[in-house]
Design a protein around this ligand. Structure first.
Ligand code: BES
Ligand code: MN
Ligand code: ZN
Length: 483
């Protein structure tokens, strides 16, 4: 799709539909477009349209102006305006027009700019909302937006913002594609190939194999991979954009989680292809950061494997070693995420990281606690937690902090090993994080549980049903703002 900025009057814009945003109750904003036009708007405001949040009204354009149609979109109350309102409006409007068969659309930015907000939020929402996943369909959807014209004064700032937005949204698309792809086409080897395809001058990629993991003593990670015939791939990406200690991002990359010998119920198991959403987010971040050449040192780690109940699978009660030397009693083979992350965190320490952030679809309890609206966040470093909270609010991939009370240590005490991999039913969101904390130790570290947010069951304004790609925008905003 082509996005261009044009400094022309709305009434002179040749397009299938011109989008006009409205604030609730303010019908007069576009009155300079002429009396015929304004009459039509006033009539709408008397009944079927009020400018309420995400309200839509498509109408034929009045005689004498170039756009074929006008789409009114409500932004809601003026005093409640935010970047997110604009983003949602962009998603709603673009998807609506696509489904009506429109090809060339344009958006007026005067109102958004008058609210001191960036019109690029609207474009971001539109692009994110228009995502589709059609790899496995013989008959592709013929309805496609071909171009979006942004009606605005042309400035360096706007074109920089546009490039930024296009890069970020294409990285979100990239992550969503990886997550939506079923596990037979997204094995650890496929994921590794995808990572290798990101190689650039500033981005190196290396893949550790099973024998490397054995040499390093990654017993916990190996124990998860044992039940599958698909070879594990421990994927390490290094981006160099500055001097100093790197930030390490670790993404849980279970390409399919059957639970292992502690087998999951079959109902809904097909969704467990999304258990690599953390890894996909990390790849998306590295792709964007290297394209934008951001001044940061970044390591991405994806411990990839399937979790299957093969004949050689780990059995409940088995004990595994870890790269850090601690032993783990594996009570439940379905608590595999923390096992692979423990070794990834141990491995990450060799980079002397300034901080480690892991992002993982770690627990079912995450969505029990927070539904599908927030990432659960826990960590040992107040400054980093606060920075992530700030970025989360900036871009509306919201986080909610949960505690890591000392008392949780008791929950995961093993009778025979240094630690066990489950702490029972109660508090399983936080005990999973506490387990990771035992491996992060003194290194500044934050854990993001995206189990509730990585998959969307019902279309949201700019997240179509399926993989959300959550984490990409959040972590890029963090990296952009981190000093
Ligand atoms: N990948 C799952 C968590 C999950 C569940 C993510 C549902 C997304 C949707 C994870 O590996 C898991 O199975 N966790 C168990 C841990 C339990 C056995 C202690 C859980 O949360 O049920
Ligand atoms: Mn599991
Ligand atoms: Zn899992």
């Amino acid at each position: 799709m082509k996005i261009s900025v044009k400094n022309i009057r709305e009434t002179n814009c040749i397009c299938d539909a011109l989008i006009l945003p409205f604030v609730e109750g303010e019908a007069e904003f576009y009155r300079k477009f002429g009396t015929a036009f304004q009459k039509q708007i006033r009539k709408a405001f008397s009944k079927e349209f009020h400018g309420k949040r995400n309200e839509l009204l498509l109408m034929p354009a009045p005689e004498g102006i170039k756009p074929e149609r006008i789409l009114l979109i409500g932004l809601g109350k003026k005093n409640e305006m935010s970047d997110e309102r604009i983003r949602q409006a962009g998603g709603k409007a673009a998807v609506y027009l696509r489904d009506k068969g429109m090809k060339k659309i344009a958006v007026s930015t005067n109102l958004i700019s008058s609210l001191k907000l960036s019109p690029l939020n609207f474009i971001e929402g539109a692009l994110l909302g228009l995502y589709t996943f059609e790899r496995y369909r013989k008959e592709k959807n013929s309805k496609k937006i071909e171009s979006i014209t942004v009606l605005s004064k042309i400035s360096k700032r706007l074109s920089d913002e546009l490039r930024w937005t296009e890069t970020i949204t294409s990285s979100v698309y990239f992550a969503r594609d990886l997550i939506n792809t079923p596990s037979n086409d997204m094995t650890p080897s496929d994921l590794a190939k995808t990572a290798v395809s990101l190689r650039q001058k500033n981005l190196s990629v290396k893949i550790l194999e099973k024998k490397d993991a054995e040499k390093l003593g990654m017993g916990a990670y190996l124990s998860v991979a044992k039940g599958s015939k698909e070879p594990l791939k421990f994927i390490v990406l290094e981006y160099k954009g500055s001097k100093g200690n790197p930030l390490v991002l670790i993404g849980k990359s279970i390409t399919f989680d059957s639970g292992g010998i502690s087998l999951k119920p079959s109902d809904g198991m097909e969704k467990m292809k999304y258990d690599m959403a953390g890894g996909a987010a990390v790849l998306g971040v590295l792709k964007a950061v290297s394209a934008l050449k951001l001044p940061v040192n970044l390591i991405g780690i994806l411990p990839a494997t399937e979790n299957l109940p093969g004949g050689s699978a780990t059995k409940p009660g088995d004990v595994a070693g870890t790269i850090s030397g601690k032993t783990v009693e594996i009570i439940n083979t379905d608590a595999e995420g923390r096992l692979i992350l423990a070794d990834a965190i141990g491995y990450a320490k060799r980079f002397k990281p300034r901080a480690i952030i892991d992002i993982a679809t770690l627990t079912g309890a995450c969505s029990i606690a927070l539904g599908n609206e927030a990432i659960a966040m826990m960590g040992n470093d107040r400054k980093l937690l606060d920075k992530i909270k700030q970025s989360a609010d900036n871009i509306y991939e919201r986080v909610w902090e949960m505690p890591l009370f000392d008392e949780y240590k008791e929950y995961i005490k093993s009778d025979i090993a240094d630690i066990k991999n489950t702490g029972g039913k109660t508090g399983s969101l936080v005990t999973a994080a506490y387990f990771l904390y035992e491996f992060a130790e003194k290194t500044p570290w934050v854990h993001l549980d995206i189990a509730g947010t990585a998959w969307v069951e019902k279309d949201k304004p700019y997240i179509p049903k399926g993989a959300s790609g959550i984490g990409v925008r959040l972590l890029i905003d963090l990296i952009k703002n981190i000093k």
